[in-house]
Design a protein around this ligand. Structure first.
Ligand SMILES: [Zn+2]
Ligand SMILES: [Zn+2]
Length: 332
């Protein structure tokens, strides 16, 4: 079968690899349909992804179709189109037993820490997949992306009417905006790429839209600030957008230290929260919202590439050119 391996930063190789065997107990054998590409993949390609080693088969945002089921798998039948929860967790660590499996101490993300879906067929634990009868294959990988957003908004404990601002209007920033909108927050956005700023503000009717932190600082500060940039400079400046007593949520990740001037924190009595991944319960809520139409990502500027074009497109997606918000690879 065809498999793409990221051998080292900047280099994919395609090879003919052995098909996986029959599914074992609790497993399904699935055909990969669509692979969403996110910052994690782009940073792995760039060589700046923390907790990453090469070579690796990427692909953690997946739409798959079940081909065969192993012993004891009763919830799926061949032909089911499914989303994949790529977060394989231990179930016994301090985080897992407190319901916070999103930050499991032994977190293994399929397509990041273990080989993922850039191949024709994959064996998956049945407990890691969700049936998506009402979604198109292109929408399905967004369950993971939106999961990151719903988790971040949950971390902040947002209330209707809360003044919030989101730094970065890529897929994660847009996911956060979707759930802030559902919660009834008053939403602002900071994004330096004009196409992304224009899309976020037009799509959500946001009047508080700024091309830079400096411009956003001119307005009244927000009770909730979400940094979805993964950019050190933005993460360090975000505190200046925060109201007294507010919460700053770092949704993005940067492989670097972040430095904050302590009086800026102290004066505000700021709460700083990290937000990592999402939980199965959150994935189920995302699926409900997508299937009911409460969240519609059809308008997001998406580019579909073929596996053959993928290697050439990665550097362009990395530079976030032409306002593409979400890139997906149509594998089958
Ligand atoms: Zn992702
Ligand atoms: Zn755990």
């Amino acid at each position: 079968m065809k498999t793409a391996t990221l051998e080292r930063p900047g280099q994919f190789t395609f090879s003919d690899t052995a098909q996986p065997g029959d599914p074992g107990p609790g497993q399904v054998l699935a055909r990969v349909l669509i692979i969403g590409i996110c910052g994690t993949d782009l940073h792995a390609f760039e060589g700046t992804q923390p907790f990453f080693s090469y070579p690796r088969v990427l692909g953690h945002e997946l739409a798959v179709e079940v081909i065969a089921t192993g012993e004891g798998v009763t919830s799926f039948v061949p032909g089911d189109q499914c989303a994949v929860n790529p977060y394989v967790t231990c179930g016994v660590c301090a985080a897992c037993v407190r319901g916070r499996s999103n930050c499991c101490a032994k977190m293994c993300v399929i397509g990041v820490h273990a080989d993922g879906g850039m191949c024709d067929r994959i064996l998956l634990p049945a407990k890691q997949i969700y049936k998506c009868a009402k979604l198109t294959p292109v929408q399905i990988p967004l369950v993971e992306t939106l999961g990151v957003g719903i988790h971040a908004v949950g971390r902040a404990g947002v209330q209707a009417g809360d003044r919030a601002i989101v730094c970065g209007a890529g897929p994660i920033g847009l996911s956060v905006i979707e759930f802030l909108r559902m919660a009834g927050a008053d939403i602002g956005v900071v994004e330096k790429m004009p196409e992304r700023l224009e899309f976020a503000s037009r799509h959500h009717g946001l009047t508080r839209a700024y091309p830079s932190h400096d411009e956003a600082r001119q307005e009244e500060p927000s009770m909730l600030v979400f940094d979805c940039t993964g950019d050190k400079g933005s993460m360090e400046k975000a505190i200046h957008l925060l109201q007294q007593g507010g919460k700053l949520v770092f949704v993005g990740i940067v492989n670097d230290s972040i430095s904050l001037f302590d009086p800026d924190l102290h004066r505000r009595e700021a709460t700083i929260l990290a937000s990592r991944n999402s939980t199965p319960a959150e994935h189920h809520r995302v699926l409900e919202y997508m299937e009911s139409g409460a969240i519609d990502i059809a308008a997001w500027p998406t580019e579909c590439a073929s596996p053959a074009d993928m290697g050439a497109r990665f550097p362009l997606w990395l530079r976030r050119e032409a306002g593409i918000v979400k890139a997906v690879v149509e594998w089958a």
